[in-house]
Design a protein around this ligand. Structure first.
Ligand code: ADP
Length: 620
């Protein structure tokens, strides 16, 4: 059974192992697909959102620029400016213009407003009252001035050489009869633009046509470039004094993905230690010649991918565990079914075996029964036969006994009869001779012989006694006394030493007085006869109580019964005595009497002499 489970569990472990492997492969594959999908979906979302925000930002920038775009042109038509250009030495006029420009500057919320003559020299400026006014400074090197001198609206971004403030410049020519006399310039600040749009994960940048970042919501990126600048570009920047820097470090040295819509690039952290990854989307602003960019950090996307992967992984794990549990449950059920099936089969087999055995046994029993019935029938027949045989035997035995008895009686009676006849003959002869004394002696002998013959009759009467004498309570002492009275003459004659012991003295038994006396007389008479040859003659009658019964024994110191005669002594008419001394009925009669009182007369062998013993029920 155990080895069965072991051998089944091995493939199961294999299945588990394979399932774990398959699950691991599927999990890694599935997670890769999900992570990729989440990533690209995230990228799409970022791009979509970025496009919207970029549009907004560009529009905002456009709006800001457009708000000021027409202001220089408006100012240029003011005669005050032309007059000042024409009369640069009229101090009051210049002072008035300065104040005018200051007012304009304040009202239109621009950084600076100033007027340049056709050589680029500042004639009047809104910051006339500040520590470092523009007045007297030459800005002919500035591209916006050059552009205005060509009759166009000049626009330019640069760091103010005097103010060191980043600003966007608009310049428009001031005409004197279609001839350019100078240019009016306004500078607007870009700080607000940066502050307004500053965000944590999204950074906005604006690059000039050379790729230099001049507006950015991330201040540390300012004046960095999107790509390394060529030497002649650097030279030009230096000439135009656009930026005070000599070095223009590239923003990113690692561009990972380049696509028409976006780029993925890595930017080293200022604090050092690793790089941040961004998705860059760009849009061109043709009016200003700028590129506007939005950089969205992929940190959030990474987190999202990780979260989705973890959730999906957990989901897969849960599904796997549920699947394994279901499989386990299914397997258990199958196992249970298998065991049940086996148990059922075993039960069925056992049942079948049992049925076969029962059937066999029943068959055997039926056969045995038939045999038994046959045997009973045979037995009954045998019994009937036996009974018949016994009856026949009894009959034969009876006849034998009768024969034996009649032979015995014949013998016992013939002898005294013959003696009587001879005594009678003798008496007749003595009477004829008148010898009366002898006649008398012979008659006495005849009388004695008849007495003996009468005694034989008594014995025969006792032998043929029918059972049914009354059983009563008798005192053993009185029975013994009665018997001794009868026996006394014989005891005395034989000179026997008698010992009587009755303990307790008043012990009572169930029996019949006369018959019990007869038993004792028979046993003691036998003992006296057995002691005939003995010099010292001892007879002991012993009565004692053991276990509610009274044991009575008669013991003598005679020769005892010979072993070969033992089996016959209780048989009727068995005697070893001389003719005239016994009929062989004493022990038979005594045994029958004792039996009728519920006891058994036994001969108990002794080292010296004979002992006959029987027990009777004690009456308390
Ligand atoms: P009987 O006395 O007429 O012979 P019993 O039936 O009384 O008949 O005795 C049968 C025989 O048992 C006797 O002939 C004798 O051989 C033997 N027997 C009985 N009592 C004694 C005894 N006390 N000692 C030795 N033998 C005995």
């Amino acid at each position: 059974m155990q080895t069965g489970i072991m051998s089944r569990s091995r493939p199961r472990i294999k299945i588990y192992f394979i399932s774990v492997l398959v699950f691991a492969v599927l999990l890694s594959g599935g997670l890769t697909v999900i992570a990729k999908w989440t990533y690209w979906k995230g990228v799409d979302d970022i791009l979509e959102r970025g496009n919207v925000r970029l549009d907004l930002y560009v529009n905002y920038l456009k709006g800001t620029l457009e708000k000021y775009e027409s202001l220089p042109e408006l100012l240029a038509i003011d005669d005050k400016l032309l007059h000042a250009l024409l009369n640069p030495h009229e101090k009051t006029r210049i002072a008035t213009l300065n104040k005018y420009l200051e007012t304009i500057n304040k009202v239109s919320d621009t950084l600076d407003t100033y007027l340049l003559n056709k050589d680029g020299l500042t004639i009047a400026a809104s910051n006339w009252n500040e520590p470092r006014p523009f007045i007297g400074r030459n800005f002919s090197y500035r591209p916006y001035f050059k552009e205005a001198m060509k009759g166009h609206l000049g626009r330019y971004f640069a760091l103010g050489t005097t103010s060191a403030k980043r600003g966007y410049y608009f310049a428009y020519p001031v005409y004197k009869n279609k001839e350019i006399a100078g240019a009016v310039v306004i500078k607007i600040g870009v700080d607000l633009v940066e502050r307004k749009w500053a965000q944590e994960e999204e950074s906005y940048l604006v690059t000039d046509p050379d790729g230099v970042i001049f507006i950015t919501t991330n201040t540390s990126w300012r004046y960095k470039t999107l790509h390394p600048l060529a030497d002649q570009v650097l030279e030009r920047i230096r000439e135009t004094k656009r930026y005070p820097h000599e070095q223009f470090a590239p923003l990113s040295d690692k561009i990972l993905t380049v696509s028409p819509d976006y780029q993925v690039l890595e930017i080293a952290k200022e604090s050092g230690g690793g790089a941040r990854r961004f998705i860059k989307q760009s849009q061109y602003m043709p009016q200003a010649g700028w590129h506007v960019h939005i950089l969205t950090e992929t940190k959030g996307l990474k987190r999202k991918v990780l979260a989705v992967s973890v959730i999906a992984g957990s989901g897969f794990m849960v599904l796997y565990i549920i699947a394994m549990l279901l499989y386990q449950r299914q397997y258990r059920l199958e196992e249970l079914n298998r065991i049940e099936q086996k148990a059922r089969e075993a039960l069925r087999d056992a049942n079948e075996q049992l049925e076969t055995r029962v059937h066999d046994r029943t068959k055997k029993l039926t056969e045995a029964n038939i045999l038994l019935k046959k045997e009973i029938l045979d037995r009954k027949k045998a019994e009937i036969k036996l009974k018949r045989t016994r009856r026949e035997l009894v009959h034969a035995a009876k006849l034998a006994v009768l024969g034996q008895m009649s032979a015995g009686i014949n013998h016992e009676l013939n002898q005294p009869l013959a003696a009587i006849r001879s005594y009678a003959d003798n008496a007749k002869k003595f009477l004829e001779k008148d010898r009366l004394e002898e006649v008398c002696y012979n008659l006495d002998q005849i009388a004695e012989l008849t007495e003996r013959m009468a005694q034989i009759g008594v014995q025969l009467k006792l032998f043929s006694r029918k059972s049914g004498d009354r059983i009563v309570v008798v005192t053993l002492q009185s029975v013994v006394d009665g018997a001794l009275e009868i026996l006394n003459p014989a005891i005395k004659k034989a000179k026997v030493d008698m010992t009587i012991s009755i303990v307790p003295q008043n012990v009572k038994v169930k029996g019949n007085h006369v018959l019990l006396q007869q038993v004792l007389v028979n046993l003691v008479t036998n003992a006296i006869q057995a002691l005939e040859e003995q010099e010292q003659k001892r007879i002991t009658i012993d009565c004692r109580v053991t276990d509610d019964r009274v044991r009575i024994s008669v013991q003598d110191n005679g020769p005892g019964v010979l072993p070969k005669e033992l089996k016959n002594i209780f048989e009727p008419f068995f005697t070893t005595k001389k003719s005239g001394q016994g009929l062989g009925l004493g022990l038979t009669i005594s045994s029958r009497i004792v039996k009728s009182f519920g006891g058994t007369l036994e001969y108990i062998e002794q080292p010296d002499g004979a002992r006959f013993e029987f027990s009777l029920e004690q009456v308390v």
